[in-house]
Design a protein around this ligand. Structure first.
Ligand SMILES: Cc1cc2nc3c(=O)[nH]c(=O)nc-3n(C[C@H](O)[C@H](O)[C@H](O)COP(=O)(O)OP(=O)(O)OC[C@H]3O[C@@H](n4cnc5c(N)ncnc54)[C@H](O)[C@@H]3O)c2cc1C
Length: 667
């Protein structure tokens, strides 16, 4: 029987991490030179880990499929990063961030991990400021904060709507220093195709040089997977087009467990789908909910006129607008957590109040904030607060300084000016809380194989609050893994270089080669995207914002059929020995087609509703999620057993000793 060892240290929660760091094994500086580590991924998790491990003296080899590490998906992160600095003096603390994150995740994450995350959050800000990350500052030059959903304090540090970009530039420059020193060997345009295990331990990877198509063997004493999330299993998502599950899936198939695959975050404020030929969705950052108010018309006749183009939202007066989040959740209003806001938008649209042609859009309106800020500015400047034109201009300037790049992006895509008319938004797939299962040291169930950032099942439980993914990825990379990996590597100081001539490397390479040849020689009739779109439709309709037993069972069946058809009829043009994007996509989709089935199976097993996982069978008469703590206070950990439908469920029980488990209310 498989036994999960989460290795959570004993003792009071506030002392666990400190004590653990003092108890675990260390590798001396001289011996670190004898150890090689492979890091797959250069997003915030992989870049911060690579830089820090190299700084410590390990020999690091880092891989990414983009042409430069700084093109990793993390660069797209907009809104901000949380930290319990309490710079606003509004009552924040390590404990409150810990509490908010546990509650936000709907009591489905590990207390010890989340406490550690809250604890190191403040170090991240200091680290990034020292690197020169240009966080927004207030008038007096101090670091500024804003609020994100599901919390009652302002703890989010930001750099306009480009926080991910600035943080990644910081981590990337730290990496570059080590690349310059020869401590990191960087492999751009290289894709990890499989992991190599020797005597049950992770000892290297098979990588593909995407430019030449050549397969390469790379040995190391440990392998770190930092390959990001798998939201693209839905085809349409806010993720970068290349984001995929393959690295995580390959290790799953070799013995690493996969946790909570169905826990997906649907983000409420994205630009609505415009048509069938779209391949990407665009996020409008949650930070906009600090100032934007969400509404739909109160009267169905107004909705009809809007859809016919006979009425504009600006012509609907206040009493005929339904600010449904403020109405239903007065305490948190527009800043309820993402799952709550997403479901509320769906509920209104399902009732027929959607404001675009497809009926799947609600308004995000800045007019009140523009007037509020405009009046304040007029007052500050001693100008006429009753001059409507002046107030509007001053208010728009404030909004521009806070969210200018987001407004510009919206206007470019939708061709409407959001300073003058409300944005239209709708929920979209955004983040995956599920991922590779890891213990407290961030090690997977394969000895020597670690998983960090969005690739692991992370500390977010069933719903990631905003601005906490960047926090977790950087906590893992800068402050957790560099300590915990030494505990394992201390036994490897006498191992010597890992030779790639061993049969295990040869076998893994052959398997990869066979799959590549299979795709190239298939000569089918359908493109990779043909299958990916079909998979995405099944996922969105049957495993999306709300799920039920019938739909999930159908999804499992349909995905399996689609997978069989894919292998028979997919067409991959070109050859294996050249830059071949279609070939890369085929390999990634093959893994999505397996993950999708496990995703549905996981959703089917969890008959409760929690966080982003909404089972229609488990709701109140008002449509609120109903958790089942008695039967489901566990992490669903899946063990590979061949076909996805045959995967075995192991339950990691969650113990809440510090925080009282309550109904998750935001009213
Ligand atoms: C539009 C958008 C906005 C967001 N805004 C915020 C925000 O404001 N705040 C917040 O906290 N979170 C935000 N998030 C979430 C956050 O950006 C991500 O969770 C986080 O950046 C993931 O970082 P990562 O390092 O784990 O992975 P990624 O940044 O996804 O990096 C993955 C890396 O792995 C590499 N890789 C993958 N597979 C392979 C392979 N097989 N071989 C080689 N290399 C591989 C890629 O090349 C890449 O370098 C946002 C997400 C989106 C989509």
């Amino acid at each position: 029987m498989t036994v999960l060892k989460s290795k959570i240290p004993k003792g009071p929660i506030s002392e666990k991490w400190t004590k653990h760091k003092s108890d675990i094994n260390l590798v001396s500086p001289a011996n670190k030179r004898l150890i090689d580590i492979i890091v797959v991924g250069t997003g915030l998790a992989g870049a911060s880990a690579s830089a820090t491990l190299a700084e410590l003296g390990y020999n690091v080899k880092t891989f990414c499929f983009q042409d430069s590490p700084r093109r990793a998906h993390s660069i797209a992160a907009q809104g901000g990063i949380n930290a319990a600095k309490n710079y606003q003096g509004d009552g924040d603390s390590t404990y409150r961030l810990f509490y908010d994150t546990i509650k936000g995740g709907d009591y489905r994450s590990r207390e010890a991990n989340v406490y550690r995350l809250a604890e190191v959050s403040t170090n991240i800000i200091d680290q990034c400021v020292a690197q020169g990350v240009p966080f927004a500052r207030d008038y007096g030059g101090l670091l500024d904060n804003r609020s994100f959903g599901g919390v009652l304090v302002s703890r989010t540090f930001y750099a306009k709507g480009q926080t991910g970009q600035q943080l990644l530039l910081g981590a990337y420059s730290a990496m570059n220093r080590q690349i310059g020193r020869g401590q990191i060997k960087m492999y751009n345009r290289h894709e990890m195709m499989d992991i190599v295990l020797i005597d049950g331990k992770a000892r290297g990877i098979i990588a593909k040089n995407l430019i030449t198509g050549k397969l390469e063997r790379h040995g190391a004493h440990a392998v770190v997977i930092a390959s990001g999330g798998y939201g693209n299993v839905f085809f349409l998502s806010t993720n970068a087009m290349g984001s995929n599950v393959s690295a995580a899936w390959k290790i799953y198939k070799k013995g690493a467990h996969f946790a909570n695959p169905c826990f997906t975050q649907i983000h409420p404020t994205c630009i609505p789908v415009s048509g069938d030929y779209q391949s990407k969705l665009t996020l409008m950052s949650e930070s906009l909910r600090n100032d934007g108010r969400i509404w739909v018309p109160k009267n169905i006749k107004d909705v009809k006129l809007i859809r016919e183009g006979k009425l504009k939202p600006t012509q609907i007066n206040e009493e005929n607008r339904d600010y449904y989040l403020e109405r239903r959740y007065p305490a948190f209003g527009n800043l309820v957590p993402r799952d709550v806001a997403s479901r509320a938008a769906k509920e209104r649209c399902d009732e027929g109040y959607g404001v675009n042609k497809t009926g799947e859009a609600v308004y995000l309106d800045f007019s009140s904030a523009i007037i509020r800020y405009g009046k304040e500015q007029a007052h500050v400047k001693g100008l006429d607060e009753n001059d409507k034109t002046l107030v509007k201009k001053l208010g728009q300037d404030v909004i521009r300084s806070k969210y200018g790049n987001l407004f510009q992006m919206y206007e470019k895509i939708v061709d409407e000016n959001p300073y003058e008319t409300p944005m239209t938004i709708y929920p979209a797939v955004h983040y995956t809380m599920g991922g590779t299962w890891v213990d407290y040291n961030l090690m997977t169930s394969i000895p020597g194989c670690y998983s960090i950032g969005e690739a692991n099942f992370s500390d977010h439980g069933a719903n990631r609050l905003g601005a906490s993914a960047l926090m977790q990825g950087l906590a893992d990379g800068y402050f957790v893994l560099p300590y915990t990996i030494g505990d394992y590597l201390a036994d490897d100081i006498r191992t010597g270089k890992i030779s790639t001539d061993q049969p295990e490397f040869e076998k893994a390479e052959k398997t990869v080669e066979n799959q590549i040849n299979l795709f190239i020689n298939n000569k089918g009739k359908n493109s990779v995207d043909y299958y990916h779109k079909k998979l995405g439709k099944i996922m969105w309709n049957k495993c999306g914002m709300s799920r039920n037993e019938k739909g999930l069972k159908e999804a499992m069946k349909e995905i399996k059929q689609l997978r069989n058809d894919f292998y028979k009829n997919v067409k991959v043009p070109g050859s294996a020995n050249e830059y071949n994007e279609e070939l890369a996509k085929a390999g990634r989709l093959a893994d999505f087609l397996e993950l999708g089935e496990l995703f549905a199976k996981d959703g089917l097993e969890r008959t409760e509703s929690c966080g982003g996982h909404f089972r229609e069978e488990s709701q109140t008469s008002e449509g609120e999620a109903v958790r089942d703590d008695r039967n489901f206070t566990f992490v669903s950990v899946w063990e590979h057993k061949g076909e996805p439908s045959k995967s075995k469920l192991i339950k990691e029980k969650l113990n809440f000793e510090e925080i009282e488990v309550k109904t998750r209310s935001y009213k």
